[in-house]
Design a binder for this molecule. Structure first.
Ligand code: FMN
Length: 202
């Protein structure tokens, strides 16, 4: 199969992209609007891109009608967000929180979750998630215009919370305890329970 992107349908390109760029980590983002109302949504166009300062990027694309998703509107308005670890035990809730509720209605209640206050930013943390990254906005890079156009939300991590229950005896995060999930194409997800180790070449 060959896809000439210039001639292809945007929806088809999007579907193919998420099928081939896999597995993708999931940013489970809490944000607040100007009135302090909490929003929660997952974004798998996501990764970390450096540690000095620690930087993350996720991308809420524009909706099919070209409008901005609530998370993007909130981050633009307040400049803050929290990334909650997307773990296997919360898969159902992560999926529920992707429902498009009217602006200002919280996916937290809808998904049966509870919140904890953050230390450095206004958006709260999802209490059930074992890891939280408190972030402030560095910059939003708009990539294109119209339906499904990307918006790279670049953030600096100000604080990291990790629950003891996912640490090993050295104080490192144990992937067998954390059990993050990842996004593939279609409705597929991947677990991180099938691990293997490999030493870097000397
Ligand atoms: C696992 C998962 C990953 C997702 N990744 C993205 C993404 O990277 N970018 C995006 O725009 N939407 C993504 N979505 C869809 C959004 O979560 C969905 O549009 C959500 O309603 C946006 O919420 P908001 O309007 O409250 O910000 C994803 C959905 C799921 C279930």
């Amino acid at each position: 199969m060959f896809i000439d992107v210039a001639r292809a349908n945007i929806l088809e390109v999007y579907r193919t992209l998420v099928e081939v760029v896999t597995p993708r980590p999931i940013a489970w983002v809490t944000s607040v609007d100007i009135a302090g109302r909490v929003n929660l949504a997952p974004f798998s166009f996501y990764n970390a891109f450096g540690a000095n300062p620690p930087a993350v990027v996720f991308s809420p694309v524009l909706r099919r009608d070209g409008s901005k998703k609530d998370t993007l509107r909130n981050v633009e308005a307040t400049g803050e967000f929290v990334l909650n670890a997307a773990v296997e035990a919360l898969a159902e809730q992560i999926n529920l929180s992707s429902k498009e509720l009217p602006y200002g209605e919280s996916e937290v209640t809808y998904a049966g979750l509870t919140l904890l206050p953050s230390v450095k930013v206004k958006p709260p943390r999802v209490a059930q998630s074992p890891v939280h990254l408190e972030c402030k906005l560095i910059q939003i890079v708009t990539v294109g215009q119209g339906p499904l156009a990307g918006n790279l939300v670049i953030g600096e991590i100000l604080a990291i919370h990790i629950e003891e229950r996912v640490l090993d005896e050295r104080g490192h995060v144990d992937p067998r305890k954390l059990r993050t999930i990842a996004r593939l194409g279609g409705d597929y997800y991947a677990r991180t329970s099938d691990l293997f180790e490999m030493k870097r070449p000397q």
